[in-house]
Design a protein. Sequence first.
Length: 142
Amino acid sequence: MIQHQVYPLAKEKVIIDKTLEVPIGGTTFYFDIPSNPMVYVSESNGIIYVNGSSYWETQLYMLRDLKDEFTYQVLELGKSIGKNIIKIRDVLLGTDSKRHVEKRKFYIKIDDIEIGFYYNLYLPDGSRNGIIEIAPYYKHES
């Protein structure tokens, strides 16, 4: 089994502002969003958006929390169906230096199932604050 580092939210120390319900491949994933006045997390039509103030690092911390929570839920899902994790990857797909965008893919592979999300990092560039756009996906390879 692949070794991974998960940073679970310390729920007893964190005030949960809201819980997002996101359907991915027939399963509903729940993301607890901690209260943070510097970052706003929302969901629209299955796409998760992270935006906030001029402090880009706080948005990246929120992204890390979402990835960790997602990883934990997929690991639990794998255990419940008796499947093993084959790999966990975060891959750079491309950059657009003119628009200040980094396109990435984070995924977990369980046997012949790939579950993850594509995400775009719209980097802060002086004319806009940074925004993170997350599009979950599920792929069953035959």
